[in-house]
Design a protein around this ligand. Structure first.
Ligand SMILES: [Mn+2]
Length: 340
């Protein structure tokens, strides 16, 4: 894999060897890839004899992703214990940033990362990585996930990919590709094939990822598709998950995962948005068909970015729209302008 340069592998090896305290950091609102990659790397470092390793996130993972967390690994969540989470980054002499392209994607941890004098390594697959901040950067959008990229980095390091490491990485890749539906490359199948041959239980994984939801989630998916879906001429689609709807269905973090993909199963739709109302803003998820750029829309209208066909951003109440009720009009105008 040309993305993995021998020079960066040497740097990673040397920095890991000399590091006493390692912080492994993932992006805000961690998804399966961020959790799988950080867990996989922490486990790999522990099995290499590193004693002081912690994974740090700005917020606690959704209930349905908690199964990815390993009992062997120390996790620190800033929303639970800000002092400990920030101290871990402050005291680390080596920091890994996984599944995000820049410090600000960790939200509340950004200041701690900027203040840190630790050596830093990036392992990511988003567009436009902030390479200047890192001693070594492994980054390409031509790969399924950070978990897959980490797998090939571990292979290049000639470190053992143990069963727990492999399980974490296969989980991250599976969730980021939506179970092999998008961003799949020949290397992705190779990774999966090698891990399954090594004994990773994919059936058990799929059960945990896709068949362990609460009833309310299935009902919400039905409700949003029946009542909430708006289709626009030109191939745009959007849904707004207001606070009211979230309350009505007792929605928890992570339970609307996958909903944004549903409108793209309609032949005429090429761009789908899901807005989820939060404190002072809407979280915006964007998915697009090949040939239409979710990334460009996210960047132009929603202060965001990510991948060409899967991006995210925010719509702020105050700066962008005067009240939550104006979200629909904002989205319709943005889509009208973008899809013309
Ligand atoms: Mn990812």
């Amino acid at each position: 894999m040309d993305i993995i340069q021998q020079e960066s592998i040497h740097t990673l090896k040397a920095l890991t060897q000399s590091a006493a305290k390692v912080a492994v950091v993932g992006h805000t609102h961690p998804d399966g890839d961020a959790l799988g990659a950080t867990t996989g790397l922490a486990l790999a470092l522990l099995s290499r004899g590193k004693k002081d390793v912690c994974c740090v996130f700005s917020d606690t993972p959704a209930d349905n992703l908690q199964f990815i967390l390993s009992p062997e690994v120390t996790y620190l969540f800033q929303d639970r214990n800000a002092e400990k989470a920030e101290a871990c980054i402050r005291e680390a002499d080596l920091v890994f940033l996984l599944d995000c392209n820049a410090f600000d994607r960790t939200e509340g941890l950004k200041d701690a990362l900027e203040a840190s004098s630790a050596r830093k390594i990036l392992i990511d697959h988003h567009l436009n990585p902030d390479r200047s901040r890192f001693d070594a950067a492994f980054s390409t959008p031509e790969i399924s996930s950070a978990s897959e990229l980490l797998y090939w980095v571990l292979k290049a390091l000639e470190w053992d990919v143990t069963l727990p490491v492999g399980t974490a990485l296969l989980t991250g890749m599976t969730t980021d590709t939506n179970n092999f539906a998008n961003s799949v490359y020949p290397s992705t199948f190779r990774m999966a094939s090698e891990l399954i041959a090594a004994g990773v239980d994919r059936d058990a994984l799929l059960q945990k990822i896709y068949s362990s939801y609460r009833e309310n989630r299935v009902r919400l998916m039905g409700y949003m598709q029946y009542e909430g879906l708006r289709l626009l001429p030109g191939g745009g689609a959007y849904m707004i998950l207001t606070r009211d709807i979230q309350r009505r269905f007792d929605l928890r973090e992570g339970e609307s995962e996958g909903l944004v993909n549903v409108p793209l199963t309609i032949g005429a739709v090429r761009l789908s948005l899901l807005l989820k109302e939060d404190e002072g803003h809407f979280r915006v998820s964007i998915r697009s068909r090949k040939g239409t750029s979710a990334q460009a829309l996210a960047q132009r209208y929603f202060h965001g970015g990510g991948h060409e066909n899967a991006s995210g951003g925010k719509l702020f109440i105050g700066p962008d729209i005067a009240s939550p009720q104006e979200a629909a009009t904002f989205v319709e105008n943005a889509l009208k302008d973008f899809l013309k």
